[in-house]
Each structure stands twice: as C-alpha cells, then as structure tokens.
Ligand binder design. Sequence first.
Ligand code: FES
Length: 154
Amino acid sequence: MPHTSHSLLTVGEAASRAGITVPTLRYYEERGLVHSQRTAGNQRRYQRLALRRLAIVAAGQRVGLSLDQIKAALDELPADRAPSQADWSAMSRRWAGLVARRIRELQVLESSLESCIGCGCLSLGRCSLINPDDAAAEEGAGSRWARRARDAGT
Ligand code: FES
C-alpha cells in the first residue's frame, strides 16, 4: 500500500510516540532495528509500522535482551507489514527461552559470589569470579595475566 506523506511520521513524531529521544531513534536506525525513508529534502520519514518495531525493542530491553538479540528477532519479521499477533507470540516464546537461560547464568554467578562472601582471598587459582576462565593457568606460572592482576592492585 502506498504511503502518503501525511501518513508518515517525522523523526520527532516517531520518537515522541515511541517514548524515546530523537538521538535514540537515530541510533536504533543505525543499528538496523528500524527503518525510515527519505523525503526529497533528505528528511527521515517513518511508516507507522516502525512504532510496532520500536515497541518490540522496548519490550526486549525490558526483559534484558541485548540490541543484537532484539535485532535478530526483528530481522525475521516481514519488512512490509507490522508484526502480527502470531509474530509477537512466536517471538515472545523464543525470548522466554533466552530469559530462562539468563536466569540460570545469573544463578551460577550468584552462587559464585556467595562463595566469596567472607572469603576475600582474591585467589587466581581458587576464586571463579576473579579468574572465571582460568586464564592464568593457560598462560603458565608467572604469567602476564597474573602480573597484570597484581599490578592493577598496586
Ligand atoms: S574471593 Fe575467595 S573465592 Fe572468591
């Protein structure tokens, strides 16, 4: 369906309706989360479906997803129409899985942090938060990694 110029939103209108600032909208556009078209005077104009995409960006951020994760989901949507109820249902189901995974990761971090409470050893060998990937072991005894950690403390 063709879009008349008055069915399109200016950058200020789109940002205001989405509850974000103009620089944020521009940033989202640079990241490929939303798209605009240009007028003859090279001004941005947004179709109303952009508001749905921006609502999805806000929802994704609210549940803690990265912009890359949100973009991956938006890239699966058809570019020529607003996301449907079925689109959103499928997307939210996938996001629920990502959130569940993040919760498990945070629970592991919480448990690691609890082992540090009252410890304070800051041991490169023992503390999984100070040395999460055992990077010092990979570089060998007296490693640069260990020296960097020591020097950072002085
Ligand atoms: S500070 Fe000792 S285990 Fe983390």
